[in-house]
Design a protein around this ligand. Structure first.
Ligand code: FES
Length: 114
């Protein structure tokens, strides 16, 4: 599981802030500038923003594209997206508990259809 860390070193924006912005609907770098305040110019922004934006579920390695496609094909609940893609069904390796960290983002993707 990814630890929180600073991604945008210029504006001191961390990974969790970027994921929260995605849960609020950010899907592009421009939207991350607006919602999370990333700079887009520092090394962290240049090297990491695209990968963060394109990933929904780190546990199951499920991409945004895969989740959007599942939603477009009729998966209209977090559970159905999980059945189709595996997203949201990961287990914390240390505790053995269900992870589910990405479920808020999955719900936002369902709500927005993107
Ligand atoms: S990040 Fe999706 S279940 Fe852990």
């Amino acid at each position: 599981m990814a630890q929180n860390r600073v991604i945008c070193t210029k504006n001191d924006v961390d990974y969790l802030s970027i994921r929260k912005a995605m849960m609020s609907g950010a899907r592009t770098v421009d939207e991350l500038v607006e919602i999370a305040g990333v700079c887009t110019e520092c090394e962290g922004c240049k090297s990491e923003l695209d990968a963060i934006l394109s990933s929904v579920c780190g546990c199951k390695k499920v991409s945004l594209e895969a989740v959007v496609n599942a939603v477009k094909n009729g998966a209209d609940t977090v559970e159905k997206v999980g059945e189709v893609t595996g997203a949201g069904t990961g287990v914390n390796e240390e505790t053995g508990e269900p992870c589910g960290k990405c479920k808020g983002l999955i719900q936002n993707i369902i709500d927005q259809g993107r």
